[in-house]
Ligand binder design. Structure first.
Ligand SMILES: *Cc1c(COP(=O)(O)O)cnc(C)c1O
Length: 453
């Protein structure tokens, strides 16, 4: 079976991002100030983000133009290829057609540069000198470090300690791009010191690392904070994925019945799916959209849809999202990018509106799918992407059982070349499944803010 690849010519790369808010049947819930319970305004966010990104965060416009400077950098690896997974289809003996959009061709190896480059650009435009951020597995940190290098910005990354220790090559990549990387929790911030005083052996979490980055960014006019997922403007920047896929499927003479994506904070999933959901909302074809998450951090399938903080130290505004509680520390499973306690408010809102579905899988099943994918399609997926792979395989097998053909599109959000230890451990039988502990979640949810709920 030959590989079938759909490449868009460069001049057909999207020149605008798509904002799904313009097409939703109900507006998303407002963001609240944790003290007053009142909706926050742009001024409240100004210490953390440049005004252009704050405007995108609250925009109701359907499309937002991609600045030429950003497009110029995108063109280094975009449009990304869309593949038909013919050999995987054959191995599964399914009548389904499986397409995947491959974001691993970016310099950092994932979809994250789509927003990192845009964020670095707008910060540079507004005179910012340094970007401060957190990273879990290191993918966001390396994307922002790369983007910072493109625009001559300093980058400071608080890296979740367990990854800092386990993923020295991701750290090396960030440092190669010129970033400074600090293990979180650290002694450099009030938030980090408070955690270490209570639990000196803390291996960290995204929630803690976000607290540290926000605290440092807010201290200086020249520093701003950058987030790699969750926020509306991040999801917006990722929509280049789905817009390209729309055009590429048109080249293929096809249209998806089912779209699958993995969800950590929700950005690559949204980036791939929102343009198709938008088309449906404007009277186009129906499409089933499935978010896949790990059983060990199941915010969409087992979390509560409530107002919560984005970080552990409670420095962020309150957003309504599916949450496991801001103090939830997931077990150390290998899809580091899927370990966030909450979900993008827009993705949560769409689940609430029943425009999408959600499902959770165990770690071992996701790796089995990743290995099958590598052996058929040749690409080793990132452990996060394995969740999308297993979701797509499951749907293809359901087609086989039912004897029906469906067109499935999934987003292969990154390659796993920096995650080979996880594959080694999997092959050696050292990985385990984790059921999230109902007790842990109940405890973390007990700490939900009273404001808004
Ligand atoms: C960061 C990351 C994720 C999770 O983030 P989303 O915002 O949910 O996309 C998933 N896959 C890869 C490869 C990542 O780098």
């Amino acid at each position: 079976m030959d590989t079938v690849k759909y490449l868009l010519p460069e001049d057909r790369m999207p020149s605008a991002w798509y904002n799904i808010v313009a097409d939703l049947p109900a507006p998303p819930p407002t963001v609240l100030h944790p003290g007053t319970g009142q909706p926050i305004g742009p001024a409240d966010l100004a210490p953390l983000f440049p005004m252009a990104l704050i405007q995108q965060e609250v925009s109701q416009e359907r499309t937002i133009e991609i600045p030429e400077e950003v497009q110029a950098i995108y063109r280094q690896w975009r449009p990304t290829p869309l593949y038909r997974a013919r050999r995987l289809e054959q191995a599964l003996d399914t009548p389904a057609k499986i397409y995947y959009k491959y974001e691993g061709v970016s310099p950092a190896g994932s979809h994250k540069p789509n927003t990192a480059v845009a964020q670095a650009y707008y910060n540079k435009q507004e005179g910012v000198k340094r970007l401060v951020t957190e990273t879990g597995a290191g993918q966001w940190g390396s994307a922002l470090a790369m983007a910072g290098a493109c625009f001559g910005l300093e980058v400071l990354v608080y890296m979740v300690k367990v990854s800092y220790q386990q993923k020295p090559y991701r750290r090396a990549l960030m440092e190669t791009y010129g970033a400074r990387v600090v293990a979180s929790p650290s002694e450099e911030t009030n938030a980090g010191r408070a955690i270490l005083a209570e639990r000196p052996d803390s291996t960290g979490s995204l929630g803690i690392a976000i607290s540290e980055a926000v605290e440092i960014a807010a201290q200086s006019e020249e520093s701003k904070y950058a987030l790699g997922s969750v926020l509306n403007h991040v999801l917006l920047h990722q929509t280049v994925i789905g817009e390209e896929a729309l055009a590429q499927l048109e080249m293929a003479g096809d249209y998806p019945d089912i779209i699958v994506g993995c969800t950590g904070g929700g950005s690559n999933f949204a980036g791939c799916a929102f343009p198709f959901i938008g088309a449906k909302l404007r009277g186009g074809r129906d499409v089933r959209v499935i978010a896949v998450e790990p059983m060990a951090c199941p915010s969409l399938t087992k979390g509560k849809y409530a107002y919560d903080f984005g970080d552990t130290a409670h420095l962020t505004p309150l957003v309504k999202m599916h949450t496991l509680g801001s103090t939830f520390v997931p077990p150390g499973f290998h899809a580091g990018g899927l370990r966030y306690h909450g979900m993008a408010p827009l993705v949560s809102h769409l689940l609430d509106l029943e425009l999408i579905e959600a499902i959770a899988f165990q770690q071992l099943e996701t790796f089995a799918a990743g290995v099958q994918f590598a052996r058929t399609e040749g690409i080793v997926p990132a452990p996060e992407a394995n969740h999308a792979v297993v979701g797509a395989i499951r749907e293809a097998l359901r087609c086989k059982e039912a004897g029906v053909s469906r067109t499935i599109l999934f987003n292969l959000c990154g390659h796993g070349h920096f995650d080979m230890q996880a594959y080694t451990d999997y092959q050696a039988g050292k990985l385990h499944d984790y059921e999230y502990s109902a007790e842990d979640v109940a405890m973390a949810l007990a700490g939900l803010p009273s404001v808004g709920n």
